[in-house]
Write a protein that binds this ligand. Structure first.
Ligand SMILES: *Cc1c(COP(=O)(O)O)cnc(C)c1O
Length: 390
């Protein structure tokens, strides 16, 4: 088994000199908290999405949580989310007092199945959170139609999907609020960081206020040279603001969005070509009329034709010094959601099927051609050695 000299970290971000210098200049200026760089990053993001408002926060989880509060989710309300997502999507609903109602995904797209979503609507349903899984756009026409007919809010989880478009329109701009992540493994990074975008004045004001203790004014305006300003506490808010140290990264990463996306797309096609003949299911073809952000390359192992399990494959990849991920073990397979809401294995057949087979391979603009070749060699070697038919 060929083994790389150094471990290839899964989802390692590409950090360039411009943001290193920008962070250093923030440190030297003494202004490291929420300030002018956060303001600039918000403005850049607003221009990028074409939304009227963009609020920088310290995570996408915070953006999702505040979105739930902004649209008025209260105890007893139900919010529809896909079973195949990260815990943050569900937890944001729970922390607003709501109940996450899981729905199955489609096997091909791995995205929320709109038909199953509609079946799960009750009198208590208030909102729906589509997650653009791996960067593939959800069927926003069908979801918008369901939302309109049942008078539901739509909040988009765009953690994988900054670049994603559905039929020419950027995702994150279809519903009440769009939520983005700049966590270390995401398409652009600020360390920890997130953004909420909206066209609604009331939601924007609420998210801004709740994100900073429920104060009526930004702290950075309060201490600026324009003179001291009193603030008023108008709600019991949260501490979710982004720092200039984080925005220092974002303002240089955002303009590279397309370059990074091109490189991930190139790696994506290289993987597809290299794995054609293996006992795997490749990601569904990229949609022709829409834009896929190529955030995750999810290989599905055809375990019926293999002598090893998915988890054994993960172990052997790690032994080959290649970092891998699993996106995801669906929420209904985790103890908390089972104990709290009574979910059990088998409730969502497609999400179950994917949870047992999926492996995410490294897909980052930081990868060299050699790194990509190492990943391919390891996958082929491991699967060849365990395929009766090959
Ligand atoms: C990463 C992620 C989040 C949370 O983002 P943070 O910025 O880490 O809070 C939410 N939803 C999905 C689908 C994610 O992958």
């Amino acid at each position: 088994m060929p083994r790389r000299k150094n471990f290839l970290v899964f989802g390692s971000p590409l950090i360039e000199e411009a943001e290193i210098a920008e962070v250093v200049s923030s440190l030297r200026s003494g202004w490291i908290g929420t300030g002018p760089k956060v303001h600039r990053f918000e403005e850049m993001f607003r221009n990028f999405t074409g939304s009227r408002f963009a609020m920088a926060l310290n995570s996408c989880t915070a953006a999702l949580h505040l979105s739930m509060l902004a649209i008025g989710i209260k105890p007893g309300d139900e919010v529809i989310i896909p079973a195949l997502t990260f815990a943050a999507t569900a937890n944001a609903v729970i922390h607003a007092g709501g109940r996450p109602v899981l729905v199955d995904c489609q096997r091909e797209t791995m995205n929320m199945d709109p038909e199953d979503a509609e079946r799960k609507i009750t009198k208590k349903t208030r909102a729906i959170i589509p997650v653009h899984f791996a960067g593939r756009p959800c069927a926003m026409d069908a979801i918008a139609d369901i939302a309109r007919r049942h008078r539901l809010h739509v909040v988009e989880d765009c953690a994988h999907a900054i670049e994603t478009e559905f039929q020419g329109k950027k995702v994150g701009t279809f519903g009440a609020v769009g939520c983005y992540s700049f966590y270390v493994t995401k398409n652009i990074v600020t360390g920890e960081g997130g953004m909420a975008v909206t066209d609604n004045d009331e939601y924007a004001a609420r998210i801004k206020t709740l994100g900073l203790h429920g104060l009526s004014r930004d702290a950075w305006k309060r201490f600026s040279d324009k003179g001291y300003k009193h603030y008023q506490v108008v709600e019991a808010g949260f501490k979710y603001n982004m720092m200039d140290l984080q925005a220092a990264l974002g303002i240089h990463q955002l303009p590279r969005l397309d370059r990074y996306w091109q490189r991930r797309q190139e790696i994506w096609h290289t993987y597809n070509d290299a794995f054609q003949d293996l006992p795997v299911f490749l990601p569904a073809p990229l949609p022709g009329d829409s834009k896929h952000a190529c955030h995750l390359y999810t290989l599905l192992l055809d375990t019926g034709r293999l002598k090893i399990s998915r988890d054994q494959f993960l172990e052997q990849m790690t032994e080959a010094n290649i970092g891998v991920g699993v996106h995801y073990i669906a929420l209904h397979l985790h103890p908390f959601y089972q104990l709290t809401y009574g979910y059990k294995p088998g409730d969502f057949p497609n999400a179950d099927w994917i949870s047992e087979r999926t492996v995410s391979l490294p897909l980052s603009p930081k990868l060299s051609n050699e790194d990509v070749a190492d990943v391919i060699a390891a996958v082929r070697e491991i699967l060849h050695g365990h395929t009766p038919a090959l």
